[in-house]
Design a protein around this ligand. Structure first.
Ligand SMILES: NC(=O)c1ccc[n+]([C@@H]2O[C@H](COP(=O)([O-])OP(=O)(O)OC[C@H]3O[C@@H](n4cnc5c(N)ncnc54)[C@H](O)[C@@H]3O)[C@@H](O)[C@H]2O)c1
Length: 253
């Protein structure tokens, strides 16, 4: 009789306490993954099959020892198996005009939004290869279409989408790497920003051909799909999840 080894599949999510991060943790856990949920913030929440680890991505980028220690912790938690899915989700959105953006704001944006996904992917490359794994980068519609004062954020997201397309040339068939480019997603933060401005929120919704903004769960389910064998031929893709808004011109007409 042949014995099949039951393998726990581990997913690692960054920015796990944010609006989309929480949905990612839930959807991966519901799909049967064990999840390592990381964030700069601390959480004392207890969720079945979810292991919380505090991680400052900026420190992770600039301090190699901190990154190595993080890797060792992940290896311990997974009993040496390593992860089979990495979701680079954390980001910061610093809004400032080109004339006033500081070096610190620019560098922090790049460290968290771009360099962290790069070095996180590099760190887990061997484990993801062994586990026939996948990486999903949460990019943004700002990778291609943007607004005033978004120069730092939008540039990091354009680079993250580009990194997704470029990295697969080095990785080849070892692991799959894809990105999601969401438009407005109804996180608590987005909704809070429109508190008392219901008219404006309605306008935002109606500007999308689908007549609404997206939900964190929709982004998370897409990430789970991209990590699954069902997406086996999807490689280096940057998939828009924008309710159709990416096709809209905003000229006055
Ligand atoms: N919400 C939207 O409308 C929207 C649209 C397009 C793309 N996105 C992208 O989706 C992802 C998640 O966005 P969100 O709306 O959930 O944002 P969010 O601000 O709610 O969550 C981001 C999380 O990242 C964490 N984080 C920030 N800096 C960190 C650091 N240095 N180290 C570790 N963790 C850090 C924060 O603590 C937070 O929990 C981001 O990549 C964002 O760019 C969001």
């Amino acid at each position: 009789m042949q014995h099949t080894r039951i393998h726990k599949k581990w997913a690692l999510v960054t920015g796990a306490l944010g609006g989309i991060g929480q949905a990612l943790v839930k959807e991966f856990a519901d799909e049967g993954y064990h999840v390592i949920a990381t964030d700069i913030k601390v959480s004392n929440d207890k969720i079945d099959n979810v292991y919380f680890l505090q991680l400052d991505l900026e420190k992770f980028v600039v301090n190699e020892l901190y990154a190595t220690e993080f890797y060792q912790k992940v290896k311990e938690i997974t009993n040496g198996t390593g992860i089979s899915s990495l979701v680079n989700n954390a980001a910061i959105q610093i809004l400032a005009d080109t004339s006033s953006l500081t070096r610190e704001q620019w560098n922090t944006s790049f460290n968290v939004n771009l360099s962290a996904p790069f070095f996180m992917s590099q760190l887990f490359l061997d484990d993801l290869t062994t586990n026939i794994g996948s990486i999903v980068n949460i990019s943004s519609i700002h990778a291609t279409q943007t607004k005033k004062e978004f120069v730092a954020y939008a540039t990091t997201k354009a680079a993250l989408s580009s990194m997704t397309r470029n990295m697969v040339l080095d990785i080849g068939s070892k692991i799959r790497i894809n990105a999601i480019e969401p438009a407005a997603i109804a996180t608590e933060m987005l909704k809070a920003g429109f508190d008392g401005k219901e008219e404006q929120y309605k306008k935002l919704e109606m500007f999308h051909p689908l007549g609404r903004v997206g939900t964190p769960t929709e982004v998370a389910k897409l990430a789970v799909f991209l990590s699954s064998e069902s997406a086996g031929f999807v490689q280096g893709a940057c998939i828009s999840a924008s309710g159709g808004i990416q096709g809209c011109l905003s000229d006055p007409s």
